[in-house]
Ligand binder design. Structure first.
Ligand code: PLP
Length: 289
């Protein structure tokens, strides 16, 4: 399956049933298109099983609540929709995208209470998110935009509106030959990449930004637990950008990114070292258990 995402064979789950892939469309006066009233999940299935599926569904419900969108489906119904779509895809290793949004209805202003909340699930094959970087270490730009304060936007929701600065920053990064961009937060501390969390290694210990104003990734939480189980000390704390000069290794975590080594962020360089390789391999094993 390749080519444009709207022109493929297969089925997409939409509002309670599977429809033809090419028929999974919405009207131009969809509220979400105009006001970013949309939340989503990105999940991966390995050997036919979605990794941490229920945690993703729980986060989806929490994200919808944060945007004042009453979810029309229970957690079990969301789980069943994902299973049904995965099965229909015929894939065992796949990316699963769940989208919840305010559709078109009687509201076309900013308020949307009169418009239905809709849900769709699409499944497709998606390999390494950063391509070759997975082996060699990704090169990251430093974004000009900052991750905002929790007082300005629901920072813990996986909501479309939070990705506006991600797209702008990633375009700029790719134009410079980088795979991604790293954000600082509104206070100037290291935050996360455009679709992944960040970890650093120094003197055998791990340092990662405290998730107090960005997405606390499910992969991030999994990797922190894996490190602790290996007896490695993990510091979740505020990290100043200049500390990157002292860090020896770096990696990104995310459902799409999995564990991706980082070789460079701006002018700071890192080695793809033993701990990075070990944690990437351990994660690969865990998701297939
Ligand atoms: C902005 C952002 N941060 C972090 C992550 C990592 O989250 P997770 O590990 O739950 O996929 C993602 C990916 O979903 C993301 O889009």
């Amino acid at each position: 399956m390749a080519g444009s995402y709207d022109d493929r064979d297969g089925k997409i789950w939409m509002d309670g049933k599977l429809v033809e892939w090419r028929d999974a469309n919405v009207h131009i006066l969809t509220h979400a298109m105009h006001y970013a009233s949309s939340v989503f999940e990105g999940e991966r299935a390995y050997n036919g099983k979605i990794f941490k599926s229920r945690e993703h569904s729980e986060r989806l419900i929490a994200s919808a609540e944060a945007l004042d969108m009453p979810m029309p489906y229970s957690i079990d119904e969301i789980e069943a929709a994902k299973e049904e779509t995965l099965k229909a895809s015929g894939l065992t290793d796949a990316y699963v995208r769940v989208l919840v949004w305010r559709g078109s209805g009687e509201d076309m202003g900013v308020a949307s209470a009169l418009n239905p909340v809709r849900m769709a699930v699409a499944v497709w094959g998606w390999g390494a998110y950063y391509g070759d970087a997975k082996m060699q270490g990704a090169k990251l730009d430093i974004a000009e935009w900052k991750r905002p304060s929790p007082e300005t936007i629901p920072v813990h929701a996986k909501a479309a509106g939070l990705y506006m600065i991600c797209t702008i920053s990633k375009h700029k990064a790719e134009a410079k030959g980088c795979s991604d961009a790293l954000f600082m937060d509104w206070r100037g501390y290291v935050a996360e990449a455009t679709g992944a969390n960040v970890f650093f290694v120094k003197d055998g210990e791990v340092h990662t930004p405290k998730a107090d104003c960005f997405l606390n990734g499910i992969t991030r939480q999994t990797v922190i637990q894996m490190l602790k189980d290996k007896g490695i000390t993990v510091h979740e704390r505020r990290i100043k950008p200049e500390e990157m000069a002292e860090f020896e290794q770096c990696w990104l975590t995310g459902t799409a990114a999995e564990v991706t080594p980082v070789g460079q962020i701006g002018d700071y360089t890192f080695e793809v070292g033993d701990m990075t390789r070990d944690i990437a391999e351990s994660y690969e094993r865990l998701v297939r258990e």
